[in-house]
Design a protein around this ligand. Structure first.
Ligand code: UDP
Length: 250
């Protein structure tokens, strides 16, 4: 079937019943991994991801250490069973690209200069993917960094906007990503409850200048909602901890 034959908007609603500017349901749980310094399990629609942060700690191999600031490493990895067609294990062009742009986004918020000669390692594992996995991973990584107690200038909140059937929609799911006209993942640097700058911006497909401006505004509103959920998830962990409960998944 030609992608033009697939209708993604029916009676003003998306295939999963959402309005154009609705996020998928989001769930977060902070501190789920015992061995990591900070961690977060996150669901964004059908995406299921886990982020683990280690450090600041000694860098291995040693020659990678920077005498004036911490080295931040970010590894995005998809489990072979996370997608419909088995994914070959190990890094590929896509995961290397996602790891690079995500690291650059995270580097904007980490106060690296406080930790010369050390390393901060962020691992994100996609257990189930349904489009927008890089945005889900960034949201989880940002929360895991807070959980690890890494000093940061703010938070990263991330969401994509897609163009489908000639309209812009927030947080596209798989069908919208596959058959839509454009997909634009955004990540924002948020400081003092305000969006300070764009930390990641990619684009697959084409949109007009006016549509891009609209997409940016839509993404900003979506990211602010995610940011509130990230703060809430972190608070929940501390409340549970103060009551002697553990937030690990049993
Ligand atoms: N996908 C897949 N196999 C792959 C890579 C991606 O089935 O090897 C799917 C997966 O559901 C992913 C979606 O395609 O979430 C969109 O991938 P994209 O590269 O746009 O990244 P994402 O939107 O997940 O950040």
């Amino acid at each position: 079937m030609d992608s033009k034959d697939i209708k993604l908007i029916i009676d003003g609603k998306r295939l999963d019943g959402r309005g154009f500017e609705d996020l998928r349901p989001i769930k977060m749980r902070v501190g789920v991994l015992k061995r990591a310094d900070g961690s977060c399990y996150l669901e964004m629609g059908k995406n299921k991801v886990v982020a683990a942060v280690f450090g600041p700690r000694e860098v291995h191999p040693r020659h990678l250490a920077d005498p004036i600031k911490a080295v931040v490493r970010y590894r995005y990895n998809m489990a072979p069973f996370s997608v419909e067609e088995r994914k070959r294990p190990g890094p590929d062009r896509r995961s290397v690209e996602i790891s690079k742009v995500s690291r650059e986004a995270i580097e904007a918020i980490v106060m690296k200069e406080l930790f010369p000669r050390s390393g901060i390692d962020i691992f994100v594992e996609v257990l189930q993917a349904d489009a927008g996995s890089r945005t889900a991973c960034l949201n989880a990584a940002s929360v895991a960094l807070v959980d690890a107690g890494v000093p940061m200038k703010g938070m990263i909140s991330s969401v994509a906007v897609a163009k489908v059937d000639d309209v812009l929609v927030l947080d596209p799911m798989k069908e919208e990503d596959n058959y839509g006209q454009a997909d634009i993942p955004f990540a924002f640097f948020i400081r003092n409850d305000r969006i300070e700058s764009i930390a990641l911006l990619q684009m697959d497909g084409r949109v007009s200048k006016e549509e891009f401006v609209q997409a940016l505004e839509m993404a900003k509103r979506g990211a602010m909602k995610i940011y509130e959920m990230q703060k809430e998830a972190i608070k929940t962990k501390y409340i549970m901890e103060s009551e002697g409960e553990v937030n690990e998944i049993e």
